[in-house]
Write a protein that binds this ligand. Structure first.
Ligand code: NAD
Length: 468
């Protein structure tokens, strides 16, 4: 006999658990199924534990520059195991927080692996329970929020072995800090780990297949990021075509082609960060006839799949593979199921890379705007002309804005520098409110803050910058 719910959510990452909370707020009897740990990749193996690691790296790095601030301290050092342990503790605390939120919202947590079968209003969810046995859940609607995992390329050896070849999972909990490290892929994952391990002293080399690092970012940001990372001692081969990875007893060797030359490099460890693949296997999607394209479930503007009562959100439906996009889709999808007619699925989604320096952006890059044949106005403002950045000893980086010249609408913003991941939300809010330059100009930015560079970069797009 199946247990009856209004909504069953499969997967408790940020998309799934937020959807469950919203459903409960709207009065739906809700269950959430999780096969591993509450909070999914984001809280346990992604966003949160890496931010803990990067905080340790940032502080360690700052200790190396105390003299710049008239300070001194003896014996800068780190205990690698303690750095990792802190990151695990942070992840555990957040996962426990999700358990608390589920209890508070009366969402039933079912621990086990879900599989979908033919149901009545929506597919039936059959859970192989962690504790043994099985349980059947029937609901009016089912949301698939099963996320994604690291893409690997086994043909050329780019797959983890738990020892010296890592994906983000292994890279987060190694026994020791490698003396040398090769990172394949320069997306957010590759760059954040390159930044972390370099700060702790590892010799880091990054191989990127495309023409530039962080290829989703604005070209000027990619170029400035590369320079900043090179100043910190990270080496890049861009573009590079990896042809093979060989494992030795205590090292790995990667063969690749760059600059028209076949080359090889050797290191203690390698991180494979070449994108991610949706978790669409072994859930029963084929038997139900759920449309899956290139490893991702196909959905409409509200998260509905082609199967009645079945919805999907977050990484499993495709890019951008970001926790906040999953949360946004989760809330939207539940409100749609509840008949609330939400209309905000296409809000601008900011992206952040928490390396040193940080990178953050929202909307169109200059090149994307030009490719759309838009008439644009572009503004820039460097942090070296910003009082707070100079006072803080963090004058590197800049803010770049892209406005539509015809309508004045802000259509893109790109930043590199200290704290920019905390600032991008200002531009995201402006774009969500469909601000033009007039609203940005009329906004008062507190002084002294680094955010004033956002104001100035907007003024600059119209030839009105004040401080440069
Ligand atoms: P990604 O797709 O962002 O980057 C992968 C990079 O690897 C690309 O630049 C790609 O050109 C390169 N690449 C692919 N195949 C290659 C090969 N054979 N050799 C060399 N380079 C190759 O993926 P990711 O960095 O693995 O991250 C996965 C997802 O998780 C991304 O969508 C990312 O946005 C998200 N993420 C976000 C954050 C954050 O917001 N801070 C942090 C981590 C991950």
């Amino acid at each position: 006999m199946a247990d009856a719910f209004d909504l069953v959510v499969v997967g408790s990452g940020p998309g799934g658990y937020v959807a469950a909370i919203r459903a409960s707020q709207l009065g739906m009897k809700t269950a959430i199924v999780e096969r591993e740990v509450l909070g999914g990749i984001c809280l346990n193996w992604g966003c949160i534990p890496t931010k803990a690691l990067l905080k340790s790296a940032e502080l360690y790095d700052a200790l190396g520059h105390l003299g710049d601030y008239g300070l001194s301290a003896k014996d800068r050092g780190y205990d690698f195991a303690a750095v990792i342990e802190r990151s695990r503790k942070v992840a555990k605390q957040l996962s426990n927080g999700v358990a608390f939120l589920m209890r508070k919202n009366k969402v039933e947590v079912v621990e086990g692996t879900a599989k979908l079968e033919q149901g009545a209003e929506a597919p039936k969810v059959v859970v192989a329970l962690k504790a043994g046995g099985a349980r059947e859940l029937e609901a009016k609607a089912v949301i698939l929020a099963t996320g994604a995992r690291a893409r690997t390329i086994p043909d050329i050896g780019l797959e983890p072995d738990g020892e010296r070849v890592w994906t983000y999972r292994e890279a987060m909990v190694p026994k020791a800090c490698p003396r040398s490290l090769i990172v394949v892929g320069s997306g957010a994952i590759g760059i954040e780990f390159a930044s972390f391990y370099r700060a702790l002293g590892a010799d880091v080399t990054v191989l990127e297949a495309l023409e530039r690092i962080l290829p989703v970012e604005d070209e000027e940001v990619s170029a400035a990021a590369r320079k900043a990372f090179e100043r910190r001692g990270i080496k890049f081969y861009v573009p590079a075509t990896v042809s093979g990875l060989a494992r030795g007893r205590s090292n790995v060797t990667i063969a690749f082609e760059a600059g028209g030359k076949a080359q090889k490099i050797e290191a203690d460890a390698a991180i494979v960060a070449v994108g991610i693949a949706g978790n669409v296997e072994d859930i029963g999607l084929e038997a139900l006839g759920v449309l899956v394209e290139r490893g991702h479930v196909v959905v409409d503007a509200h998260g509905a799949t082609n199967v009645a009562g079945l919805y999907a959100i977050g990484d499993v439906v495709g890019p951008p593979w970001l926790a906040h996009k999953a949360m946004h889709e989760g809330v939207h999808c539940v409100e749609h199921i509840a008949g609330l007619a939400p209309d905000n699925l296409v809000a601008p989604i900011p992206g952040c890379t928490y390396s040193e320096p940080q990178i953050a952006s929202v909307g169109l890059t200059e090149a994307q705007a030009k490719a759309e044949k838009r008439d644009i106005k572009v503004g820039r403002f460097p942090f070296r002309a910003n009082g707070k950045a100079i006072a803080a000893g963090q004058p590197d980086g800049f803010v770049k804005t892209v406005f539509d010249a015809k309508t004045g609408a802000l259509i893109g913003a790109h930043m590199i520098g200290a704290e920019v991941t905390e600032m991008i939300q200002g531009f995201a809010l402006a774009m969500t409110l469909e601000a033009t330059e007039a609203e940005v100009f009329a906004t008062v930015f507190p002084h002294p803050t680094m955010s004033e560079a956002m104001h100035e970069a907007s003024l600059d797009a119209f030839g009105r910058a004040l401080h440069i």
